[in-house]
Design a protein around this ligand. Sequence first.
Ligand SMILES: Cc1cc2nc3c(=O)[nH]c(=O)nc-3n(C[C@H](O)[C@H](O)[C@H](O)COP(=O)(O)O)c2cc1C
Length: 290
Amino acid sequence: MSDSPASEAFVVSPMRDNWYQRCSYLGSTFALITTVSEDGQTNIGPYQLSFPFEVNTGRSWMVISRNTSNTATNVFRTHKCALNFIEYDADQIETILKLGYPGQTTAEKMAYNCFDLIESPTPGRESSDIYPKILADAFQIYECTLDIERINENPILRDSPSAHLLLNIDTILIKERWMKNVDGSGDEMPRIPLTYGFRGGSSFWFGEVQPAYKLPIPDMGANHELVHYEANRLDDEVQFTMEACKQLTGIPNAFIQQVLQGIVNQAKARGINNVNEAFIIELNKERDGN
Ligand SMILES: Cc1cc2nc3c(=O)[nH]c(=O)nc-3n(C[C@H](O)[C@H](O)[C@H](O)COP(=O)(O)O)c2cc1C
């Protein structure tokens, strides 16, 4: 038999608790979530299961926690938390592991915490018995509010044996040096740490990160779904229908943004929020002078 991975047989991984990390591989980033404990102290909990909940519209986030964690208890009481994304630093990993050990009170955790807790710069978010402090070391922070209404409306979230914290992101804070990359002009990425989860009942795995590099989006030609995706993230107030986007295929990738922005500007100038097929046909006629 050859040694190549492709020729190796698949075997079934038996079911265990914490299945996603004990029965399978899930490499992911993690956030250190700060919340306020009942006695008014900021608590820090590491969370891997932390993902965007909506893609285009709605700046929301999902954190999945065991339902008895300090974080879940605090968020359900205060409705507020901050997700602190930190860079890889080998010296901090041991503390992160300890912070992830269940059953500790906030006071016990804060006695060995190595992270510098500071006030949020966001007006109205000064630390209190609701608003937590944030981590000075974070390269990025999401300041969030629990969407308790949507959770209560949704039995899958409301009645789950895990805590599904559906969070609306109120503020995204980014350290100055990383803002360059957000608009695409920078050449350096934060060294985002990876966790590979809990293995064999005794060890947590973390990855040493390599410098990130950038690749251009492949030019596969602009089909209507791509146009729809690009068009609907340009402006919250102007949305394109799929039928409208079918009129806009074949535009070279290099010009899509410019063309779509032109249509958004036209729509706004005419007080139109919904760009449909008829509107595109009308614009084409005007452009062609018919
Ligand atoms: C890197 C890392 C990632 C973790 N991710 C999660 C997670 O996504 N969900 C969860 O319930 N527990 C997770 N844990 C375990 C929690 O951190 C643990 O339950 C801890 O007690 C939470 O702290 P808290 O009770 O102060 O909120 C993780 C632990 C580590 C070290």
